[in-house]
Write a new protein. Structure first.
Length: 353
C-alpha cells in the first residue's frame, strides 16, 4: 500500500542507532534485540560478477536478485526483451524469474498523477505478465481524508489513466468507480489478475498474467514508445538463476551495469560488517521497531508505524513509515522528532526503482 514516510535529516553513527533502541524501549515500545537475528534488505550493491555475492556467505540469504541496469538506453525494447526471453527459456525453472522495467508517459496533463509511469514485462516458468504502476502527485494514504471537491478529480484522472494503459495493451479489464473508489475487474476471470499499491482512491498498480510467454512483448513495446525523453533507464531483474545463466545474461548487453539485491538474516550488531562489504554504492535497510501509534497518541487516529535503519557508505539514517498520518502533517513531523530525538524530513518513497 501507499505509505507516508520520513527520514532523518542528519546521519547517525552506529552507537546512536543502539541509543535509539534504548529510547524507544523507555517510551514503552518493543524495539528489536540487537543480538537476535532479523531481516536486512540489501539493495543497489554494485557487483562486477555473480561470484561477488559469496562475500555474504556468513549470513543466510533469500531472494537473491541480480539487476542489470541500462543507463541512457535508447534502443528497441522489443529486441531487448526478446533477447532476455530467449536466454530465460534456456535456463528456466520453477524458481527462475526475469522481468524488465521501462518508463512510459501518460498522454495528457493530469493534476493528480505524474506524467511518467512505469511498466514491467516478466517471465516465469508457466506464465508471462505485464505490470503497470502510476505515480501520484502526492500521497494520500488509505484512511486519510481528501478535500471533497478534489476527490472526483482524483477518481476521474485515475480512471482515465488506467483506461489509457488498458487500451494500449489491449487487455480485457473494466475500470469503474464504485463506492467512491476505483475498481478494476478482469473480464476473463480464468486469468490471474492482481491490483495493488492502493491509496485513498484505489489501486495505483495492476498485474495481468498470460500463459503465452510472448503475449506482452509487442504491446509492451508500444507502451515503451510513449516515453518522451531521448533515453531511458531500463532495469532487468534476474532471480533464481545459476552462475552460468547469469554470466550468459550479461553478454546480452556488454555495457550493462550490474547490482545485487537480496535479504540477509543478520543481527543488528552485524550491520557495520555488512555495510563494509556492500561499500559506498550499496544500501541496507532493517526494521528496528513496529507499533500502533495509539499506544503513544491515544486521542488520535490509530496508524501502523515502522521505524527502520538505512545504511549507506559509512553512516546510517532513520526511516519511519506510517500507513496513514495519525495527526496533521506538521504535527506528525513534530511528534516523530520528539519521539526519536532527531530532526525528521518528510520524504515519500519513490514508486520506481
Amino acid at each position: 500500500m501507499r505509505e507516508q514516510r520520513w527520514e532523518s535529516r542528519q546521519s547517525l553513527s552506529f552507537p546512536q542507532v543502539l541509543d535509539l533502541l534504548d529510547r524507544l524501549q523507555a517510551r514503552g515500545l518493543h524495539p528489536v534485540d540487537p543480538e537476535k537475528e532479523g531481516i536486512c534488505y540489501i539493495e543497489e550493491w554494485p557487483v562486477p560478477s555473480p561470484e561477488t555475492v559469496h562475500r555474504l556467505d556468513q549470513w543466510p540469504l533469500e531472494d537473491v536478485t541480480m539487476v542489470h541496469v541500462l543507463d541512457a538506453w535508447k534502443d528497441d525494447f522489443f529486441l531487448l526483451a526478446g533477447r532476455y526471453h530467449s536466454t530465460f527459456q534456456r535456463y528456466q525453472s520453477v524458481s527462475a524469474y526475469c522481468s524488465i522495467s521501462h518508463p512510459w508517459h501518460l498522454s495528457g496533463h493530469l493534476a493528480t498523477l505524474q506524467p511518467l509511469a512505469m511498466f514491467w514485462v516478466g517471465f516465469r516458468h508457466t506464465h508471462s505478465f505485464i505490470r503497470i504502476r502510476f505515480q501520484t502527485s502526492r500521497v494520500i494514504a488509505q484512511g486519510e481524508s481528501c478535500d471533497p471537491h478534489q476527490r472526483p478529480i482524483w477518481l476521474e484522472e485515475r480512471q482515465a489513466a488506467f483506461h489509457e494503459a488498458i487500451e494500449l495493451l489491449d487487455l480485457p479489464i473494466d475500470v469503474s468507480i464504485q463506492k467512491d473508489r476505483i475498481t478494476l475487474r478482469n473480464t476473463h476471470e480464468e486469468v490471474p489478475f492482481f491490483c495493488s499499491w492502493p491509496d485513498a482512491f484505489g489501486p495505483c498498480q495492476f498485474e495481468f498474467n498470460s500463459s503465452d510467454p510472448f503475449d506482452f512483448l509487442v504491446p509492451a513495446s508500444g507502451l515503451a514508445s510513449t516515453h518522451r525523453l531521448p533515453t531511458a533507464t531500463v532495469r532487468i531483474y534476474l532471480t533464481g538463476f545459476s552462475r552460468d545463466a547469469l554470466n550468459e545474461f550479461k553478454t546480452i548487453e556488454p555495457g550493462v551495469r550490474t547490482i545485487y539485491r537480496c535479504s540477509a538474516h543478520i543481527c543488528l550488531t552485524d550491520l557495520p560488517a555488512l555495510l563494509d562489504i556492500v561499500g559506498t554504492g550499496g544500501r541496507l535497510y532493517t526494521t528496528v521497531s513496529e507499533f500502533r501509534t495509539q499506544a503513544l497518541l491515544p486521542d488520535s487516529s490509530d496508524a501502523a508505524a515502522i521505524v527502520g535503519i538505512m545504511g549507506t557508505g559509512n553512516h546510517y539514517q532513520l526511516e519511519v513509515r506510517l500507513n496513514m498520518m495519525p495527526l496533521p502533517m506538521d504535527q506528525t513531523s513534530a511528534w516523530l522528532e520528539e519521539l526519536l530525538s532527531h530532526s525528521m524530513a518528510y520524504a515519500p518513497l519513490s514508486p520506481f526503482p
